[in-house]
Ligand binder design. Sequence first.
Ligand code: COA
Length: 376
Amino acid sequence: MSFETREAGQDLALAWRGVVETVYRNRPSDEPFEPAREGEKRYLTLLDGRPASACSVTRTTVARNDKDLSCGCVAVVATLPEHRRTGAASRLMTDVLGTMRDEGLAISALYAFREPFYRKFGYATCGWRWQIKCPAHRLPRIDGGLPVRQVSAKDSPSLDPVYTSFARARSGSFMRTEADWKDRLGKRPPSIYAFGEPAEAYLWVNLSDFWGEAVVGEVAWTSSRGHASVLTFLSGIAASQSTVTWCEPRDGLFVPHYLDQGISVALHRPTMFRLIDLPLSLAPFLGEEKGLVLRVSDQLAPWNQGLWRLGDSVERITEGDPDAEMGIDVLAQLVLGECSAWQLASVGLLKATSPAVVERLGRLFPQSSVVCMDFF
Ligand SMILES: CC(C)(COP(=O)(O)OP(=O)(O)OC[C@H]1O[C@@H](n2cnc3c(N)ncnc32)[C@H](O)[C@@H]1OP(=O)(O)O)[C@@H](O)C(=O)NCCC(=O)NCCS
C-alpha cells in the first residue's frame, strides 16, 4: 500500500469532491458544490493512486487576547468507506501538518468528531462554549436599559467592534474578515439585533413557530448592561416560545449571575488546537521573561521537537538543561490559555525545575477563556 497526499487543484478537484460528498452527503450529487472559501486549500490522500481521504485547511487569524496567531482550520476530514482503517486519514493528517508549516502557519484548529482521534496528531482540547437552554418562564425579569434596534445582514460588519472586543478579551476566536461575517450568517441571514448606540452587545436569532425553541445563533457583549439588555430582549421573545437557547463562553455572565432550577447548561462545541510551528506560535509572547529554556516533545512534527531558548527570539539550541519540559499538546494549552502553568505542573504534565519557573511560565502564558465563535 502506498500513500500520497496532494493539494486538490484543478486536476484533483472532482476526486476531492467525490470523497467529501460520498462521506458527508452519503452520495455523489449533481447539486452545485460550494466553491473553496477565501484562504481555503483542499487536500487529497491517494491510496495506490486512488482517492481515499480528503480534508480542507482554511487560513485565518486567531486572537489570543491582544495577540494574533495565524491558524489553519482543518475541516471535512473524510475517508471513503471502502478505504477506512487503512491509515489513510492518519497519513492525510500527518502530511497536512507539514503543509501547514510550509504555509507559515503558527497553529491549527479543528472541531473533532472524536477527540482521541486528533489527540494522536498532537491536537489538544482548548475551548468550548456553554450551551444554555432556558425555559421561557425562567428568564430573569430585568431591565438592561439599552435601546435595541434591528441590523440588516449587509450592515453586520458594523457589529465588528463589539465582536472584536469580545474576541480580544478571550482566546481562540477568528479576527473576522467581511467574508467570515458572510459565512457566519449563512445564506439566509437570521434576524440581527444590536443593543445601545454605539452597540454594547448584539445577537442574532432564529425564531421558531409559536411555543418552540428560539435558537440564538451568536451573542456578544462588551459591558454587563449589554449582556443584561440581551436577557431583557430574550425574555421579550420568550413570551411566545417554550425555550430560548444560546451559548456563552466559559466566562459568560449568565451562569454565575442568573442560574436557576430547570435551566440546563451543557458543554458545547469543544475545539482542539495544535501548535504547527513552535517558534511562530511562541514569538508573540516574548517579553520580559527572557532566557527560559523549554524541552518540547513532538513525534509527528520533528521540527518542533527539542530544546528552545526564549530570548529576543525563539531560538533552537542543541545543548543545555531545560527549565521546563512538556509535550506539544501541553504547550498548546499554555499558548491558547486553556490551562495555567500551575494547573499543568501540579499534575506533572509540565515538568519544571522550580516553582519560580512555573511562575514565569504563568506570566508568559496567562490563562484565558478560550472560545471559537466561528464554525468551519
Ligand atoms: C474519521 C475518519 C476520517 C477516519 O478515517 P480512516 O482513514 O479510517 O482513519 P485511519 O485509518 O487513519 O484511522 C486510524 C485510527 O483512527 C481511529 N479511528 C478511525 N476511525 C474512527 C472512528 N470512526 N471512531 C473512532 N476512532 C476511529 C482508530 O483508532 C484507528 O486506528 P485502528 O485502525 O487501530 O483502530 C473516517 O472514519 C471518516 O471519514 N468518518 C466519517 C466522517 C468524519 O467523522 N470525519 C471527521 C470529522 S471531524
